[in-house]
Design a binder for this molecule. Structure first.
Ligand code: ATP
Length: 373
């Protein structure tokens, strides 16, 4: 399906993200003007212009309703890790559950691979949830009396796959998530991280087009959590599988996300790459959110470079345009001089001590209250 910006017209940042370079990428989920309202006469809210502009609190006071998802529009592209991030209660789980109608949307358009999800009957929905978009939950939902391999095979079993085929597939997935040797254990004999790997292997076993993760790692301790994040990045890199990943943890979002939708009170306040979110926050809320992020570990030399002056384009170490500022600092410190940013043999610009430091010191962007040139 072609990506158009038309449907996203009321969300400037969503429109920006839909408008840009990724236009030609295939769209898996297309979401337009999606609402989920809880409360009395919920279906009247999205069309009632006298209440749609109210703040979340005013809406609750005047109507008794909560708009958990509020006129949200975005595309999830094939092969990307699309992160939905926001504080508790911002609407992340509701939004992602709406994608497969685990929660029924109140209004809006929702397509998967060009098919109208809201028009699907029960059979099509079952197929969507079992085969096309598998969910990995925070509480792994493992069956305590089954072995690891039988837990992983469970999704295949309910699909009616024969015993030997599902054993073979399950064993392959157990291997893939690094649990080889533990096939015969039961969930109670595994650590939290290992249990989460079983949950992941179970979702992967049905070979879904999209994996939906609902805060999968938030119950894990930080080191194991880091391990699991790397696992997701590795699986994504190796298989190119499309993933939608909910988290309230910014560091996790930046680590795993190709693009991040930042939610607040049911709306997407900014949708962009980690570099766009950290480097160009859309408003004070986002700016506050990313304030403590070590920018040199997220931003690239594209943001720091200046035009080359006489002779500079021919000398000094060469860095790719996606080099992180932290790596460029090391290169410049080692060489003692400026480095070139080179793409396909062409010098795009120069980074030196001064321009790299500006990014770290946050003086590469208009400060609050200044007007961008
Ligand atoms: N069944 C429901 N009935 C009424 N309100 C609900 C229901 N489910 C969610 N909400 C409200 O919708 C809003 C969004 O909830 P949601 O669970 O989607 O947020 P979240 O960002 O996933 O939060 P968390 O990170 O805490 O899981 C919250 O204000 C919540 O209280």
């Amino acid at each position: 399906m072609a990506t158009t910006a038309a449907g996203a017209s009321e969300i400037p940042n969503a429109r920006k993200a839909v408008d840009t370079a990724e236009d030609s990428r295939e769209v898996v989920f297309s979401v337009r003007h999606l609402w989920k309202v809880f409360g009395p006469k919920a279906d009247k809210i999205p069309d009632d212009s006298s209440v749609t502009e109210l703040s979340a609190q005013e809406l609750r006071e005047q109507t008794g309703c909560t708009a958990a998802v509020r006129d949200v529009s975005f595309d999830v592209h094939k092969g990307e890790v699309f992160v939905v991030m926001g504080l508790s209660g911002s609407g992340k789980s509701t939004l992602v559950r709406c994608l497969t109608r685990l929660i029924e949307p109140t209004s809006g358009d929702l397509e998967m691979d060009g098919e109208d999800v809201r028009a699907m009957d029960r059979g099509a929905l079952r197929d969507l949830r079992r085969r096309r978009a598998a969910m990995v939950f925070q509480h792994f939902g493992l069956l305590p009396h089954r072995t690891v391999v039988d837990n992983v095979a469970y999704g295949l079993e309910i699909q009616g796959v024969g015993k030997s085929e599902r054993r073979e597939k399950a064993t392959e997935m157990v291997d893939k998530v690094g649990l080889a040797g533990l096939e015969k254990r039961r969930p109670g004999q595994l650590s939290g991280g290992q249990q989460q790997r079983v949950g992941l292997a179970r979702a992967l076993a049905v070979d879904p087009e999209v994996l939906l993760f609902d805060e999968p790692f938030s119950a894990l301790d930080p080191l194991i959590r880091r391990d699991m994040q790397e696992e997701v990045v590795r699986l994504h890199r190796e298989e190119g599988r499309t993933m939608v990943f909910i988290t309230h943890d910014l560091a996790e979002a930046l680590r795993v996300g190709d693009r991040i939708a930042l939610m607040r009170d049911g709306q997407i306040v900014q949708l962009g790459t980690p570099e766009e979110i950290v480097g160009s926050p859309a408003d004070d809320y986002v700016r506050d959110f990313v304030r403590d992020v070590p920018r040199e570990q997220v931003l690239t030399v594209r943001r720091a470079m200046r035009p080359a002056e006489d002779g500079e384009a021919e000398q000094g170490p060469a860095l790719g345009p996606d080099t992180l500022i932290s790596d460029a600092i090391e290169a410049v410190a080692r060489s003692g001089g400026a480095a070139r940013v080179v793409d396909d043999g062409r010098c795009l610009g120069i980074v030196d001590h001064a321009c790299l430091l500006k990014v770290v010191a946050r003086i590469d962007q208009p400060q609050h209250g200044e007007v961008a040139a």
